[in-house]
Design a protein around this ligand. Structure first.
Ligand code: FES
Ligand SMILES: [Fe+2]
Length: 398
């Protein structure tokens, strides 16, 4: 499916007027022209939605504590079968989960913390994916065993999570690690966390659109303790480019959710987006971190995306109280989103034409596709990435 990319270098005021909704009597502002933002022919950029993955890029793989020493797990990311392991010394590694001999997953075999033994003919591989032994060979049957390899991937552990790099294996780790999405406001290893994982039945492009979409909130997230769609408010937020994404600058949270009505004046929040599909929220009280959260989207295949939401806090004694509360809120919110995504899935699988770039609430969606395009072009042409987003004020009703 293709769509037209708006010019994202500036934001133009939308044509707004107060209207009375004929159905429910709620006063709200609506746009007169609900059309995709379309630029003159000469500046059109056509981009395929739901047909590619952002690369080179770090993708969230799994929480660190789910991978014990001497164990390996199987995961598919970007349609690649992966073996993710942790050796006897605690060091993680990631390999293509395919035996180069006759193609069985290596994770079907055994791992002793040093070598993986394939379950089919017993070939052994080290943590770098190099073959170390072919048991069927006799002493006089010469064979260059170490010339046989399965692909290995750069991977790191950061803030209690494992990330895998899909890109050039010879890349300088110091350079590329700057682009690992991070939760802000945490001191090294001085935090507690809770992670919720779920699978969304759509391509990552559509999952990103939902992740950064602000106008669905009053319609989808209608729990009694949160808010209702009858309580719409006009929002105006400042966005600045940052990293390979953007940041909605620090502000007091909206008071139309019941929780923030009570404590909204005390706290501030900053929300950022990073490629390939990460939403980062940093909540502070008096400038100090209260909660820091990161929602990551990892493409599994064309029709499946894994979402992991990690919430961090730095005050250890609140763990027994805050963990169940956070888990309840996150589970409730994500279940509401998943219900929508599941209803969309059979339709999105056919890649229909959609209106994705309504202004201003749809502008972050357009930014995402532009960032993805500029990022991939910069790497394909071996030149530095230059963030195409310009500082903007976006306005919408929510
Ligand atoms: S398929 Fe793995 S050793 Fe033969
Ligand atoms: Fe949502």
């Amino acid at each position: 499916m293709n769509f037209i990319m708006p010019d994202i270098s500036t934001t133009t005021p939308t044509n707004l007027a107060l209207e009375q909704s004929p159905t429910n009597g709620i006063e709200r502002t609506v746009e007169h022209t609900l059309e995709p933002v379309v630029e003159p022919e000469s500046t059109k950029i056509s981009l395929s939605v739901g047909a590619s993955y952002t690369k080179p890029m770090w993708y969230f793989a799994m929480p660190s504590n789910k991978l014990k020493r001497g164990k390996m797990v199987s995961k598919t990311i970007l349609e690649e079968p992966l073996l993710i392991g942790r050796d006897e010394n605690g060091v993680i590694f990631a390999l293509r989960d395919v035996c180069p001999h006759q193609g069985i997953p290596l994770t079907k075999g055994n791992y002793n913390g040093k070598e993986i033994e394939c379950c089919f003919h017993g070939w052994r591989f080290n943590n770098e994916g190099t073959c170390t032994a072919i048991p069927s060979l006799l002493e006089d049957q010469e064979f260059n065993v170490c010339s046989i390899k399965t692909k290995n991937y750069i991977c790191v552990e950061d803030q209690g999570c494992i990330w895998i790099y899909f890109g050039d294996k010879t890349a300088n780790l110091a350079d590329i690690s700057a682009y690992i999405p991070r939760a802000p406001g945490l001191k090294e290893n001085n935090f507690s966390k809770t992670i919720t994982t779920l699978r969304i039945p759509t391509h990552i492009d559509y999952a990103v659109l939902a992740l950064i979409d602000t106008s669905h909130v009053p319609y989808v997230h209608k729990s009694w303790w949160w808010r209702s769609s009858r309580n719409m408010k006009r929002k105006e937020k400042k966005y600045v480019p940052s990293g390979n994404g953007w940041t909605m600058v620090r502000h007091h949270p909206s008071k139309h959710s019941h929780i923030f009505k009570l404590i909204g004046d005390l706290i501030e929040t900053e929300i950022s987006f990073r490629l390939p599909g990460c939403r980062i929220e940093h909540i502070t009280v008096g400038g100090k971190t209260l909660l820091s959260g990161i929602t990551t989207l990892t493409a599994v295949d064309e029709l499946t995306t894994e979402l992991n939401h990690t919430t961090y806090w730095t005050i250890p004694w609140i763990a027994p109280f805050i963990r169940p509360i956070i888990n309840y809120f996150v589970h409730t919110f994500l279940s509401q989103d998943l219900e929508i995504a599941t209803a969309q899935a059979p339709i999105l699988a056919k890649r229909p034409n959609l209106i994705l770039t309504i202004k201003d609430s749809g502008t972050p969606g357009a930014w995402y596709f532009k960032l993805k395009q500029v990022w991939m072009e910069a790497h394909a042409q071996n030149r530095p990435f230059k963030n195409p987003i310009k500082e903007s004020i976006l306005r919408w009703w929510t």
